[in-house]
Design a protein around this ligand. Sequence first.
Ligand SMILES: CCCCC[C@H](S)C(=O)N[C@@H](Cc1ccccc1)C(=O)N[C@@H](C)C(=O)O
Ligand SMILES: [Ca+2]
Ligand SMILES: [Zn+2]
Length: 313
Amino acid sequence: NAANDATGTGKGVLGDTKTFDVTYSGGYYYLDGTSRGIEIATYDAKHVPYYSPNLPGTLIRSSSTTFSDPAAVDAHAYAERVYDYYKNTFGRNSYDNKGAPIISSVHVGNKWNNAAWIGTQMVYGDGDGTTFRTLSGGLDVIGHELTHAVTQSTADLIYQGESGALNESISDIFGAMIDSDDWDIGEDVYTPGIAGDALRSMSDPTKYGDPDNYANRYTGPDDNGGVHTNSGINNKAAYLMAQGGSAYGVQVSGIGRAKTANIYYRALNYYLYSSSNFSSMRQAAIQAATDLYGANSAEVNTVKNAYSAVGVY
Ligand SMILES: CCCCC[C@H](S)C(=O)N[C@@H](Cc1ccccc1)C(=O)N[C@@H](C)C(=O)O
Ligand SMILES: [Ca+2]
Ligand SMILES: [Zn+2]
């Protein structure tokens, strides 16, 4: 209850100090905030793997309001940021729109170079220090993972082939909308020894070997049919929709981040379904833009051009 609500503080993965909601009980402060009206809690997995039945692990506590685990500080503070984004932007109350608790575990696995939504909670690896630093240090990582939960509660796009690439792309799109100062994905946690690179780029997916056109999609079996690479095709479309530009001879006039987010959010809630492919993504985005801005609007025209530019019809 409110009487036990307190404000915690601590340094994040990049050394920046953050504050966040905690709860006082029995001489300890717990990373378990309820001041938003839902529970946001962060646990220490103590290196069990992401498929372990022992998740979430141990609720993180401190004998003062200062928390000394950077991975936990960022996982917790960024979960609040992502909750606030969905609530303030779309009125969505947690990933299920019914106030579900947001549970995160840090220190999952042993030097695990990944993070995930495992259907019930978020899990973050510490990285091996070369490929990744601890993954909760990236706001776009939390945005990506919690958006998988939103997708699971709405279109529930099958994590395979084209619907799987769309699932991944929707997570990158909202990761980039929330971590809104760039169109890179993972730049804050990827290769700490190399400046200026990222795991993926939405403005130019080909920079990291991902396709930016349907004609160049991966059709092999790896990674559930290339869900993390073919996401580049839809990521490029979303980037062009927001920022404008030209690709493969097609000019697109940008409509900005906010309208682009509105179109994808509406498509996700009303028009995408579990087996949607790239072509049905195009139709869903056109319909969402039509609903929001009108059939002959500049926004609808931009959506059509953005998908034509990446070879999706
Ligand atoms: C259980 C196994 C992992 C499932 C894939 C998760 S959802 C995922 O896509 N994770 C992101 C993590 C991420 C997100 C944003 C920025 C950096 C890293 C991901 O892209 N993982 C890559 C490394 C992959 O699994 O290929
Ligand atoms: Ca980013
Ligand atoms: Zn993902």
